[in-house]
Design a protein. Structure first.
Length: 511
């Protein structure tokens, strides 16, 4: 079967629609930065390619640190005006922004396909989660703000590339709704066009949004250390997060730092294998490029044969390929579990890690084949990694203790409950974990000893929406917890002496 790209879904098609819809933000060959209330043709655009097929797409126009500082100072002026705008007007403007995002949801999703490689279903879900999540705040923000005021300065947002809408745009709109001006940095690895379009729609409704592009090294002084910034919100890896944590702690800034951790799934005295088989493909959504992905299974040794019987058929059915490839132009876009990784460099790095782990003693239990994937004839596939499952990665391998951020599962066998807990707590804190066990009492006894903010009983946990809280333990989180009312509290000031729920150097307070 020869596949073709579905007509009307090309990058050129998406770009032409962006230029027609928001000419203030999109030029013929580049996107602009948004600051001081207008779109600025500054910054040096760098070349970029799509992970989908290696073809050229729009690159981010990178600013220097001096321009970033001017943008942050201008954002403070916006903040001082916006914080006095009545709540009902803020609600109306954010609601109008959500209406505009809804109107153009398919274009936003198509940009996500090309820029970060999300399959169509997941790209639409990312857009929808942002819209639906912020609508929940628009409807219920009143009581959340009772007795609270905006911060003294704008909120700075630095987020990873994997969820531009449901994480970054969602946070920006809620922060603005709460009375703050906001500045956001486009992720280095992708999402600039999608974020530019979303911010163009927000700026048209009068929201005080600043959108800047640049390297972390160039912009961190302005986006993290600048005295104008009232709060830093960060989502990303531990190495970069540690540097941000040091800076905000030294300066005494309000902060929300979500970092990676090795999320684990334990199986102990468990028999419901049909339920487990059904959930395995869902754990591979977006190639496990999620902060709440489960790349590690910790399995009771005497269950290992039953685990493999349940796990392997499910992982062999995973659907991988070009997100826009169809057999007939009239066909709907394919239902895939994942497409490419974010770029070819990440794909090579992960492939090398797998090879090194096997060379040092890991046992390969499953390797997906390119022959089973859906690709266009002759397309570049250098950003694709097919599913891999390894037994007992060696302690010297990064796959033993760190999140791979790709479709690689590792399995560790244990014989005692103490070993189970030690293996599930391998990364000094995680965002989520799951324990599958038939006995409620066993779960109730072991779950509190698992160092994850959310622990599921036989079901996966996620970041959550609306009123569901989110945070992390250990090195996976620094600063205020978020979700529901806590997100609003994190970016507003309450009574004197208030201690926000969160993981801080001086205290840890659970909600």
């Amino acid at each position: 079967m020869v596949l073709v790209r579905k007509p009307g879904t090309g990058w050129d098609d998406a770009w032409a629609r962006c230029v027609a819809l928001a000419p203030e933000a999109f030029r013929d060959d580049r996107v602009l930065n948004l600051w001081a209330g207008g779109w600025q043709p500054d910054g040096r655009p760098l070349p970029a390619t799509s992970p989908v097929d290696g073809s050229p797409i729009a690159g981010a126009p990178r600013l220097d640190h001096a321009t970033a500082h001017r943008a942050v100072r201008a954002c403070l002026d916006q903040h001082r005006a916006w914080r006095h705008v009545p709540l009902e007007e803020r609600r109306a403007r954010v609601a109008a922004t959500l209406d505009a995002l809804t109107e153009h949801r398919e274009l936003l999703a198509l940009l996500l396909v090309w820029e970060i490689g999300k399959p169509w279903r997941l790209a639409q879900a990312d857009v929808d989660r942002a819209i639906d999540g912020v609508r929940w705040y628009v409807d219920g923000i009143g009581p959340m703000l009772a007795g609270r005021t905006p911060l003294d300065g704008p909120v700075s947002n630095i987020a990873s590339w994997n969820y531009p809408m449901s994480v970054l745009v969602h946070a920006v709109l809620v922060q603005a709704l709460a009375g703050n001006a906001v500045v956001a940095k486009t992720p280095t690895d992708g999402g600039v066009a999608c974020l530019t379009l979303a911010c163009a729609l927000a700026a048209r409704e009068g929201l005080p949004v600043t959108l800047l592009s640049g390297s972390g090294r160039e912009l961190s002084e302005a986006l993290v250390r600048a005295p104008e910034i009232g709060c830093v919100s960060f989502v990303g890896g531990r190495d970069t997060g540690a540097a941000v944590a040091t800076a905000v702690t030294d300066l005494g800034k309000r902060h929300v730092l979500e970092q990676e951790g090795l999320n684990t799934w334990g199986l102990w005295n468990f028999t419901d294998w049909a339920a487990f088989t059904a959930v395995v493909p869902k754990l591979f959504d977006y190639g496990k490029q999620r902060c709440t992905a489960y790349p590690r299974f910790v399995v009771q040794r005497e269950l290992f044969d039953e685990f493999l019987t349940a796990y392997l058929p499910a992982v062999r059915r995973l659907r991988v390929g070009h997100p826009l490839a169809v057999a007939d132009p009239a066909d709907p876009l394919p239902e895939l579990d994942f497409g490419p990784l974010i770029n070819a460099a990440k794909a090579k790095d992960l492939t090398d890690q797998v090879a090194e782990a096997v060379d040092r003693g890991a046992v390969p239990l499953h390797r997906g084949s390119p022959a089973d994937a859906r690709f266009l004839p002759g397309q570049d596939t250098s950003s694709y990694v097919h599913p891999v499952t390894l037994l007992n990665p060696p302690p010297s391998s990064p796959l033993h203790h760190a999140e791979p951020f790709g479709p690689v599962d590792t399995i560790v066998l244990v014989d005692t409950e103490a070993e189970l807990l030690a293996a599930m707590n391998a990364s000094n804190g995680a965002l989520v974990a799951t324990l599958s066990t038939d006995d409620e009492a066993t779960f109730a006894r072991l779950a509190p000893q698992i160092r994850a903010f959310k622990v599921g009983h036989g079901t996966p946990r996620s970041r959550g929406d609306r009123d569901e809280l989110f945070g992390g333990f250990g090195a996976s989180w620094r600063g205020a917890f978020v979700g529901g009312e806590l997100l609003v509290r994190a970016v507003t000031r309450g009574p004197a002496g208030e201690r926000l729920p969160g993981n801080f150097p001086e205290y840890q307070l659970m909600p």
